[in-house]
Every structure is written in structure tokens, then in C-alpha cells.
Design a protein around this ligand. Structure first.
Ligand SMILES: [Zn+2]
Length: 133
């Protein structure tokens, strides 16, 4: 089961942004990006590609005055991390455990959905093999 559990922590998300396009003085800083749940997944070709550790939404085309929380929520309105809209240093222990729990549930759900898709494919293949028309 692959997961980004380490990225539940803002500090680990921030460490991925060592080549971010905007400085700390700008609204769309690496710190704000990490705070809003993003990890840097860009390259030389896509220098501002970031992905939410929770919902996996990838966004690029960031502008210096963008608010990462707002952009996150407007492009991924179902993301449980974005919906909570709370920076890690303002979270209570209970709130942090709540998001950790929601993330754990999501990983398990994704895992089961993948297995179900594989099973459905296997059944279809078997059906076609045993029941030719
Ligand atoms: Zn998200």
C-alpha cells in the first residue's frame, strides 16, 4: 500500500519546495504552498507543478498573488484537507489526529477501489473466456 504519510507533516511538504518559483515575501510562497497541503512535483519543464498530498490534485500556472488555500479548494472542492482550511500550527492535537484519521481512511478506500477494479477486470476476462458468444 503506497502512501504519502510523511507528507501529513507540513515540515516534510516544505522540504520538497527547495526550487520554488516564488519568494517568502510573496503570497504564493513555498511556506504557504506547504501549509495548504501541497508538495512540489515539478521539473525544469514544469517549474511550478505542485500536488496535494491528500487528494493528489496537481496544479500549475501559479501566480505570485495566488492564495494556495483558495486555489486548492476551488480546484478540489471535495478534498478533506482543503475543506478543513487550517494551517498545521493552528491545529489542536485533536484536529491533527482527525486529519490523520481521514487520510488513513482515504488510503484504505483507494486501496480497496483499486482491488475492486482489478477483480472486475478479472471477472470480465474469465467471462469472455468461458462464455464466448
Ligand atoms: Zn487536496
Amino acid at each position: 500500500m503506497k502512501s504519502n504519510f510523511q507528507f501529513l507533516f507540513e515540515k516534510n511538504r516544505l522540504e520538497t519546495f527547495n526550487t520554488w518559483v516564488y519568494s517568502d515575501k510573496q503570497q504564493c510562497s513555498a511556506r504557504k504552498m506547504a501549509e495548504a497541503g501541497f508538495i512540489f512535483v515539478g521539473s525544469r519543464i514544469e517549474p511550478d507543478l505542485a500536488k496535494c498530498f491528500f487528494c493528489n490534485k496537481e496544479l500549475d500556472g501559479w501566480e505570485k498573488d495566488d492564495d494556495p488555500w483558495k486555489e486548492h479548494l476551488s480546484h478540489s472542492s471535495h478534498c478533506q484537507f482543503a475543506i478543513r482550511n487550517t494551517p498545521e500550527d493552528e491545529m489542536t492535537v485533536y484536529q491533527f489526529l482527525d486529519i490523520a484519521n481521514a487520510y488513513g481512511e482515504k488510503i484504505i478506500e483507494d486501496y480497496h477501489n483499486n482491488k475492486l477494479t482489478l477483480l472486475e477486470k478479472a471477472f470480465k476476462t474469465a467471462e469472455e473466456y468461458f462464455l464466448p458468444n
